[in-house]
Design a protein around this ligand. Structure first.
Ligand code: NAD
Ligand code: ZN
Ligand code: ZN
Length: 349
């Protein structure tokens, strides 16, 4: 089969031929139906020196996957051949308290996990291939009726990550509240939909790209602002000088974190989701009082079930631009240049 693999740090991936994976006991092979191209993969390819991440190369990219059950390893009885499934991406040990609660992002026994702090596409072979090996059946969540793998794939990260971040701030997203979404790309356009579907907050979106702002407006944003030197003033004016109850930063640069801090209302939440590597100096008085600053990472398996339910009921819908597997490198090039609408999803040719 063909696969897009990362062979060296600080390099572009290669399109290569590989043997098809076969499942061992307890494992499952899926036929990939879609693999999302996440901006984190660009950070992964270009920002990290050898030794910075605890993963061995090469591995196949793609940590946002869905498909159909293709082959079951011995002892797997919970799935049927041909069944449509989404892949829960972070793969922990399965037995520590965090994993038992479905929060495998924060497995506390990484030595017992198939890879330290990762999963398929993050240290192990991911979904930018025709087939993908999944090391345990619990990572596969059956797709509700009406959801196709190519649409469902982005929900496992571009949907799950903002859902986790928004869900954490639900108590502050009351009627009359304001949420600010900075960066309306793959994650951000779904953040807007998730805010709309699960809260009564007013949604202000900030991006540099007119197309991203238009997509956000089409997906339920109340106001779209071009990121510039007036962003803070505009948001403060729009909130009658009090600021936003919840700010979700899907960029995470020095510049966007400074905007986020300047517009966060007292008692508000500032969630750092983007991993552009910026920093935010924090001290008493550096922002309004009692702003909670949090980083969030991906989400839990129970939350993935909730995200899939929102999508199956038509309350959220990823805006997808598909690329054939042979054009996966081109999808990343387009993502880097900022010309993908919504999420790029790689579909086997
Ligand atoms: P994307 O490229 O699809 O979207 C990023 C958006 O931000 C684009 O629309 C871009 O125009 C906009 N943008 C860039 N700089 C900006 C600025 N200064 N001001 C306003 N808007 C700006 O990327 P994505 O796949 O949605 O990922 C977003 C970020 O989230 C990346 O850093 C990615 O690595 C990270 N991420 C984090 C997690 C997590 O669990 N924390 C999970 C997935 C992705
Ligand atoms: Zn990702
Ligand atoms: Zn664990």
């Amino acid at each position: 089969m063909y696969a897009l693999r990362l062979a060296a740090w600080k390099s572009d991936p290669d399109f290569v031929q590989l043997d098809e994976p076969r499942p061992g006991p307890g494992e499952v092979v899926i036929r990939v139906g879609g693999a999302g191209a996440c901006h984190s993969d660009l950070h992964l390819m270009h920002d990290y020196d050898a030794g910075r991440l605890p993963w061995r190369l090469p591995f196949t990219l793609g940590h946002e996957n869905a498909g159909w059950v293709h082959e079951l390893g011995d002892g797997v009885t919970s799935l049927e051949l041909g069944q449509a499934v989404a892949v829960y991406g972070p793969w922990g040990c399965g037995t520590c308290p965090r994993c038992r609660a479905g929060v495998e992002t924060y497995c506390e026994n990484p030595a017992g996990a198939p890879v330290r702090g990762g999963g398929g596409g993050l240290g192990l072979d991911g979904g930018m291939a025709e087939f993908m090996l999944v090391p345990a059946a619990r990572h596969l969540v059956p797709l509700p009726a009406g959801l196709e793998p190519a649409t469902a794939a982005p929900l496992t990260d571009a949907g799950l990550t903002p859902f986790h971040a928004v869900r954490r701030s639900w108590p502050k997203l009351t009627p009359g509240s304001t949420a600010v979404v900075i960066g309306a790309g793959g994650l951000g356009h779904l953040a807007v939909q998730i805010l709309k579907a699960t809260t009564a907050s007013r949604i202000i979106v900030v991006d540099r790209r007119p197309e991203a702002l238009q997509l956000a407006l089409d997906n339920g944003a109340d106001l779209a602002l071009t990121a510039d030197e007036d962003t803070v003033r505009s948001i403060m004016r729009q909130t009658n000088g009090i600021g936003a109850d919840v700010v979700l930063d899907f960029v995470g640069s020095d510049a966007t974190l400074a905007v986020a801090a300047a517009v966060a209302r007292s008692l508000g939440d500032l969630s750092i989701v983007g991993i552009a590597g910026g920093t935010l100096p924090v001290s008493f008085g550096s922002m309004r009082h009692e702003v909670s600053i949090q980083t969030t990472y991906w989400g839990s398996r129970p939350e993935l079930v909730e995200v899939l339910d929102l999508a199956a009921r038509g309350l959220i819908r990823p805006h997808v631009t598909t690329f054939p597997l042979s054009q996966a490198a081109e999808a990343y090039r387009r993502l880097a240049e900022g010309t993908v609408a919504g999420r790029a999803v790689i579909v086997p040719d």
